[in-house]
Design a binder for this molecule. Structure first.
Ligand SMILES: [Zn+2]
Length: 101
C-alpha cells in the first residue's frame, strides 16, 4: 500500500471530495483506508444497561484507496507516490518534488 497510517490525504471523489484528513487505519486486503472525519456514517448504539438511552454516534467508515491522493508533507501537494530502493530498504518518494516521504 502506498498510503500509511498518519499520512494526510486528499479525497478526490465521492461526497467528501476536496476534503483532507489524516489516515487512521489502513486495510490492505480490502484496499481501503479509514480517514479521520471522512465518510461519516451514523450508527445507532443500543443501550448497554437498562435505564441507559440508546444513542446515535457518527463514525468514519473506510473508503477505497483509489478515491484518495497522498498529500506530500514536503511540498504540500496532492501527489502520486513512487518508490525507490536504497540498500534493500524501500522508500516512498513524492512524484512532484522527488523527496522521500
Ligand atoms: Zn512533494
Amino acid at each position: 500500500m502506498k498510503i500509511k497510517k498518519g499520512d494526510t490525504v486528499l479525497i478526490v471523489s465521492g461526497k467528501d471530495r476536496g476534503r483532507k484528513g489524516k489516515v487512521l487505519k489502513v486495510f490492505p486486503e480490502e484496499r481501503k483506508i479509514l480517514v479521520e472525519g471522512i465518510n461519516l456514517r451514523k450508527k445507532h448504539q443500543r443501550p448497554r444497561r437498562t435505564g441507559e438511552k440508546g444513542q446515535v454516534i457518527t463514525l468514519p467508515t473506510p473508503i477505497d484507496v483509489s478515491n484518495l491522493k497522498l498529500i506530500c508533507p514536503k511540498c504540500g501537494k496532492a501527489t502520486r507516490v513512487g518508490f525507490k530502493i536504497v540498500e534493500n530498504k524501500k522508500f516512498r518518494v513524492c512524484k512532484k518534488c522527488g523527496q522521500e516521504i
